[in-house]
Design a protein around this ligand. Structure first.
Ligand code: FUL
Length: 462
């Protein structure tokens, strides 16, 4: 396939060359910043925690919400140590119990003896997030099994909006509002009213799942499909597109519990804790395919993350850091089959500089091209990371990677979309010359990053 022999390594021009045209819908600055966070922690904590149940029915006595050694800061500190950049907390789950002192309804922390009815679990988590630099997200369940107003949708909508107002003002800044669709079949909500209110009170907040900004991946296993497009047809009612069907940037989030099948803490749930190997598999099949990973860890009846889960998480974070801390491609000599306008601004070296605002791009009409990495001596690696420059839209449809081994080019990885990120895992490769070949794209490819890594010895060989 390498007919193009005009290897461009010589002097590049510094004259201004226009960047490639944007292709299709692009991320908002908030969506892009969110995608760059890559992974976050989900914490399900509430009245269910005290009953070994996933969904209590809204009749449990609020006095039973009684954490013994609540420490919301510990959740945030743990997430931070793992390298997670955001944390989403269940302010109210389907049972209707609020872990913050809402002024609406009577089913909340104020009715619990915890801290004499003066406790506010969300406050501690929110303050720690803000202090430690994590983005705070709130989960507020539309489905409410306790609130008698639920059966009167327009009245319930007002209450729901009043609670959203509390959350977005008392705990600001909130970066993500997570609307779960479970249990709501047949119920009519004022979605547009919820969205407008969020836009008004927290214009930077992203509305996830039953919302227009972040898409649910469609399973609770943490697995994205192998071909992942960020542009989707949004069928939810969104302001300005009443009937849906509008194509927009709609990045995916993979939510998955660290204990299989358990979002809330269960006293006998430790056996369900996923192994390091399973967590890494999830990581590669979510973040490694261009989606965000939202890993749920359930605080226990003390109000802290269980010891075993914390250990596993820290181990997981360390291994990821170890694997991706040294980009071997950074020291390569780069060349390409095509460079946009022969300009330095779009040179292949931009794809190995570690910067978000520079990228390698080709001329208009060139939708197939390769970039070569050349080293002074053999490099040994088993992970390849590719990233597109998303402000120009998602463009690449197919790609492959070759290494020059022996006397020949050998294909070592193939794939379809790249998007925010694509990580290839492969058996160890030893080579001096590697080519990333974009074989098909909707528009001239714009590649922001290429990385070659050697996996931590704590990862199981692929
Ligand atoms: C589901 C809910 O029913 C589970 O309890 C959990 O909150 C999960 C994140 O979403 O739809």
């Amino acid at each position: 396939m390498f007919m193009v022999m005009g290897l461009l390594t010589g002097a590049l021009l510094t004259a201004t060359v226009a960047p490639p045209e944007i292709y299709g819908p692009v991320p908002s600055p908030q969506q892009l910043a969110w995608q760059r966070m890559e992974y976050g922690m989900f914490c399900h904590f509430g009245i269910n925690t005290f009953f070994d149940e996933e969904w209590t029915d809204g009749t449990k006595d609020p006095k039973t919400f009684l954490p013994t050694e609540f420490n919301g800061r510990q959740w945030v500190e743990t997430a931070k140590k793992v390298g997670m950049q955001y944390l989403i907390v269940t302010a109210k789950h389907h049972d209707g119990f609020s872990i913050y002192p809402t002024e609406h309804g009577d089913y909340n922390v104020k009715a619990s003896p915890w801290r004499d009815g003066k406790g506010d679990a969300l406050r501690e988590v929110a303050d720690a997030c803000h202090e430690l630099g994590l983005m705070l997200g709130v989960y507020l369940s539309p489905w409410d099994r306790h609130d008698p107003l639920y059966d009167d949708p327009p009245v319930y909508d007002e209450r729901f909006k009043a609670m959203l107002t509390e959350l977005l003002t008392w705990y600001a800044p909130v970066g993500e509002v997570w609307f779960d669709g479970a249990g709501s079949k047949g119920h009519v909500y004022d979605w547009n009213g919820y969205y407008s209110l969020i836009r008004e009170l927290a214009p930077d907040a992203l509305i996830a799942i039953c919302g227009p900004d972040i898409r649910w991946i469609g399973n609770e296993d943490g697995l994205a499909p192998d071909t992942l497009w960020n542009v989707q047809e949004v069928t939810l009612p969104i302001p300005g597109a009443e009937s849906g069907g509008e194509k927009r940037w709609y990045p995916s989030e993979c939510d998955v519990p660290i204990r299989k099948g358990q979002w809330f803490y269960h006293t006998d749930g430790a056996a369900n804790l996923r192994s390091l190997e399973e967590l890494l598999e999830i990581y590669y099949r979510s973040v490694g395919l261009g989606a965000a990973l939202l890993l749920n860890v359930s605080p226990d009846r003390r109000g802290q993350l269980p010891q075993a889960d914390t250990q596993r998480l820290l181990e997981f974070g360390e291994v990821i850091r170890d694997t991706f801390n040294n980009n071997l491609a950074a020291r390569a000599l780069t060349s390409a089959s095509n460079i946009r306008g022969n300009s330095k601004a779009f040179a292949p070296a931009n794809a190995t500089d570690g910067l978000e605002d520079t990228y390698w791009a080709t001329n208009d009409g060139i939708h197939e091209a390769w970039l070569q990495l050349l080293f002074g001596e053999d490099r040994v690696f088993d992970r390849i990371v590719l990233q597109e420059h998303l402000p120009l839209g998602q463009r690449v449809k197919a790609h492959e990677i070759q290494a020059f081994v022996g006397n020949d080019w050998k294909t070592i990885a193939t794939g379809t979309t790249i998007g925010y990120k694509r990580i290839h895992r492969l058996p160890e490769v030893k080579a001096r010359r590697i080519r990333v070949h974009i074989t098909d794209a909707f528009a001239p490819p714009a590649i922001e990053q290429i990385g070659l890594y050697k996996a931590s010895p704590r990862e199981t060989p692929y």
